[in-house]
Design a protein around this ligand. Structure first.
Ligand code: TXA
Ligand code: MG
Length: 360
């Protein structure tokens, strides 16, 4: 299949409104006709198809190489569209929509019959999200149908934050890539399950636990979110978001994370760097602006500044893909535990490391 790439970056000073409109209308038609279009959202790039068409859902799983029991998120462009897709919408769920949509929050609700089980991985619930990105919203409007979209990476790889990343994984596999420039947030949406008696966070993201509590009061957190090891979670534990348990978002190289004081972490990583050098291995470090000077040799990369966790989220997947391009053999990373966005950052990094975390 030929993959067409169209430009739709509104922040580019050269963009021509008529061309943008035409590109978006073409992309909407591809979705309506059952094809696949990758598009930017405020979190990461998505791989979109008609959420109400089971054949389109099957194509998405195939293009990503994703197991078909791992459900897709359904994207809408207006809050009112939730009524066609979900039932039993509680007042708290409505409050969350009003407060955070459009934005990086996905809400799990009971699904209506128009949503095929192929889209929801066989579940009776559906994940719903209204993204905060003009290209995504326009695409959904032009398509005239809700759009099912997982992140536009091959299954297991880091999520794409630029159209270039999407092209690396998806050329020849999908019909179109809409290049809307780099995304703003860099990690996927927060997922909250509002289909049961108690709200439960299934995946942490830019909308933090603290922010959710302010709107709806107490929320639970699935143990997969903060687990530091498979043992801690339980070997047989089945998280409610099927995609959350195992190695994910992973770079090609082995990734090991280190938790401890700044000095201990730097000492442990420097030791590993020396070993790697001796063994002729190409090693890399994930550090921060504050700590970069502590490391001696290897590909030392700052992921951002600890003073602004948003910068760390923004660079996370980009950096993991950069390590792939540099063909490093091993990566040693600092940890970013703490409140707020730290939870989402560590959730992704621990999974990228396949739970390889060393206490030092
Ligand atoms: O920011 C995002 O959410 C991005 C952009 C493209 O919107 N999308 C995204 O989709 O991250 P994906 O497919 O990579 O991750 C969706 C996660 C999976 O872990 C899946 O298991 C979970 O959502 N999920 C989807 N539907 C669910 C449901 N009905 N119940 C529980 N978990 C669900
Ligand atoms: Mg994903």
């Amino acid at each position: 299949m030929d993959t067409i790439i169209v430009k739709a970056d509104l922040s580019n000073e050269w963009y021509v409104p008529e061309i943008w409109e035409k590109n978006m209308s073409d992309a909407g038609r591809v979705i309506r006709e059952g094809g696949l279009v990758a598009f930017p959202t405020e979190t990461v790039y998505g791989l979109g198809g008609n959420a109400l068409d089971k054949k389109a859902a099957a194509k998405i799983y195939k293009a990503k190489g994703r197991p078909s029991d791992n459900p897709l998120i359904v994207h809408i462009s207006r809050i009112s569209q939730a009524e066609n897709i979900a039932v039993n919408i509680s007042n708290d769920a409505r409050r969350l929509m009003d407060e955070f949509w459009p934005g990086p929050l996905t809400i799990i609700l009971d699904k209506t019959d128009i949503v095929p089980k192929e889209t929801t991985g066989g579940l009776d619930t559906v994940a719903l999200r209204m993204p905060n990105h003009p290209v995504a919203l326009k695409l959904i409007e032009e398509a005239g149908v809700p759009i099912a979209a997982p992140s536009a990476n091959l299954s297991g790889k880091p999520s794409p934050t630029t159209a270039g990343h999407v092209a690396e994984d998806m050329m020849g596999r999908i019909n179109m890539i809409v290049d809307g420039g780099p995304v703003g947030i860099g990690i996927e949406s927060t997922i909250i399950d509002m289909s049961g008696a108690d709200p439960i966070i299934l995946r942490p993201g830019f909308v933090t636990v603290e922010m959710l509590k302010k709107v709806i009061g107490p929320v639970k957190v699935d143990k997969v979110v903060d687990a530091k090891s498979i043992e801690e979670m339980g070997e047989d534990y089945k998280p409610k978001a099927p995609g959350m348990k195992y190695r994910h978002y992973a770079p090609k190289a082995e990734l090991i994370m280190y938790e401890g004081s700044v000095e201990n972490v730097a000492a442990a990583i420097n030791k590993k760097l020396e070993e790697a050098l001796k063994n002729g291995k190409k090693a890399a470090v994930i550090c921060t602006d504050e700590t970069a000077s502590l490391y001696k040799n290897g590909c030392i990369r700052s992921i951002g500044t600890r003073a602004e966790q948003e910068t760390i989220a923004y660079n996370l997947y980009h950096l993991l893909r950069e390590f792939d391009d540099m063909e490093v053999d091993c990566i040693y990373g600092e940890t970013f535990y703490g409140t707020g966005l730290g939870q989402a950052i560590m959730n992704r990094l621990i999974k990228a490391a396949g739970y390889h975390l060393e206490q030092v």
